[in-house]
Design a protein around this ligand. Sequence first.
Ligand code: SF4
Ligand code: SF4
Length: 433
Amino acid sequence: MQTHFPPQRLADSHMAASEQIIRKCVHCGFCLSTCPTFDLLGNELDSPRGRIYLMKAMLEGGEAPTPDVVRHIDRCLSCLSCATTCPSGVDYGHLVDHARAYIEAHYRRPFGQRLLRGLLAWILPHPRRFRLALRLAALGRPFAHLFERVAPLRPLAAMLALAPRHVPAPSAAQPAVLPARKGRVALLQGCAEPVLRPEIRAATVRLLERCGHEMVLAPGEGCCGSLVHHMGREAQALDAARRNVDAWITQMDGAGLDAILVTVSGCGSTIKDYGRMLRDDPAYAEKAARVSAIALDVSEYLARIGLPSTGGAPALTVAWHPPCSLQHGQKVTEAPVRLLRDAGFTVRMPADAHLCCGSAGTYNMLQPDIAGQLGRRKAAAIDRLAPHAIATGNIGCMTQIALYSGAPAVHLVELLDWATGGPRPAALPADIG
Ligand code: SF4
Ligand code: SF4
């Protein structure tokens, strides 16, 4: 695609990188066939190619975007299905990240949107605030049907639907320090996952210890920044990245780390990108690149070291839902399926497994109508397999799919832990297995 950026605008490294991405697009339109929003809405402006045109005009012109442009870019899930499909290697993800940050800096949203986004950015990255908000959700639940009827209040109804009725107590699982270790790894503690499903961390700790690994929860580490990053709040995301880089570099330069493991694939995508996000920061560029180089999804690491010997998994059929951030963002596709099969589960893939479930970070709260359609479609494809359980690798997908599917949703590591001697995942009914 031809571009006409004024040279002075290209002095900005982010603008120059986006211009290079745009120039790779040859308008072929292959990406349209795998874009969930184009599939649902049928509008070229809600397709990858249409959005690339919009982003090109917005970034080239250097003006504030119109509400129409913002609406079409907001509707993008950042699922990166288009990047997997594109034969020209267009790096759509980094382009839309830049566009979101540009919109945040140059566009004043209506008051209701600013309030909603501000609240999400203030609450979600902080486990204590998030836990309190979930408890308060019980007060709003009786009014959810009223919120549902008023368009500007629908995000509130979506949040109430996603909030669990019972907020679990924080996990007390702490890794042991093993003297004869085969490896030393850090585990991202994160923000939303330990509040919504503390069992995931507990299962990961047990599983890695069974593999003879020492696991570290690095002091000072917290939310990876991906939730605010995808809302265009770049400064907040970079602050989170710097804090985590400091925490992990202390471990790497101390007793050493073989890997930084992540159990939420959306967070893994962002941590693997820290090196790029902080490339212009002389104090952090090198450290961030070192952190990104050893960040791995937990399934990648387990596939590398192998599972501990097992007495065999319960005879369960498991539907594997590959999160977009894992399959399209990190290009990890085989490891989770192989691990589940090695553990003894029967694994089945739903139709259209490449399409997003509608979770996409805060998307299911900010765009509840599209997210609801995608969630129902995903759940129907999974339920057609009649699985005993749905396995996935992202707490957002688990929460979203559980809203619409009849099967219980668990994290991959909960099943692997169970199959190798751990307890039955709490989300599974007692008569399974
Ligand atoms: S990231 Fe997903 S929703 Fe956005 S344009 Fe690409 S395929 Fe469509
Ligand atoms: S598939 Fe790639 S090159 Fe073709 S229109 Fe889409 S983004 Fe552009």
